[in-house]
Design a protein around this ligand. Sequence first.
Ligand code: C2E
Ligand code: CA
Ligand code: CA
Ligand code: CA
Length: 279
Amino acid sequence: AKYTGADRFREHNSALDATAQHHAELAAALRRGLERGEFRLLYQPIVELPGGTVTGVEALIRWHPADQPVISPAEFIPVAEHSGLIIDLGAWILDQACADAAAWQQRHGSGGPRVNINVSARQLLDPDLPGLVADALHRHGLTPDRITIEITETAVFAGGAALETVRELRELGVGLALDDFGTGHSSLTLLRTCPVTTLKVDKSFIDDLNGTAEQEAIASSLSTIASTLGLRAVAEGVETRDQADRLHALGYRYAQGYYFARPIPASDIEELLTGPVLI
Ligand code: C2E
Ligand code: CA
Ligand code: CA
Ligand code: CA
């Protein structure tokens, strides 16, 4: 029998069905996981260069389904977004991160780490988000300067209302970080309209700092843009001592990456607060 266009179409469609079904199953499992308390937040230090003092941490979610290996956010966050579960999951993340931030503030005062919280596109389209953040701060007795909301350029451009939500968040007094900075189509345009306080310079600009003049010029320009606009620049994905040294020489004051620390449980962050990560 001849292999026709229709066969190919059917195959294509059943592949789509399989994906849709897989997504539906995963979405149901995510909802059960949220009810059963299977999610955990890890925290990755953000350090000051050159010493390595921890000034902040980024909350990064993990899913531990019963009797199964841990699942990374890259796999389930997109499904949580499409299914809408990110609204409830995001509320849990916000609450847990604020609870941990409050515990650090109680023990270490203003020396406790500020906590960065990732917010996805779908959450920025939710007009209730600023109210939710204000409520979480209030319940945990936190001042707004203790947390920074991380957003992406894609999320800000996802809809007209997103930018308004971002402005309302900023009016609350929380920090606003533009994540994966430099990877979008209009990163610079966004800086004119979006009231961010921090640029997180994407790992791709940090990876190739092996002495090529072009890479250094780009990394250096990104930190200059930040300081000219009065923003902080955080170098993301720093994996080696050499990168950390070069970034410091290029004017970076803040960095995050496996060289300093991997994402770790809140209780392990505690041990890093008494001194620099690196000796
Ligand atoms: P992201 O926000 O850009 O987070 C940085 C990712 O890079 C994290 O991956 C982190 O573990 C990883 N990373 C940090 N330092 C290094 C390094 O030196 N080398 C390398 N190779 N990787 C490094 P993770 O935890 O798997 O998270 C992946 C993405 O999932 C995040 O990217 C973010 O987009 C999303 N995500 C994670 N947690 C949350 C959350 O609580 N809410 C939302 N909405 N999204 C989240
Ligand atoms: Ca982030
Ligand atoms: Ca990032
Ligand atoms: Ca990313």
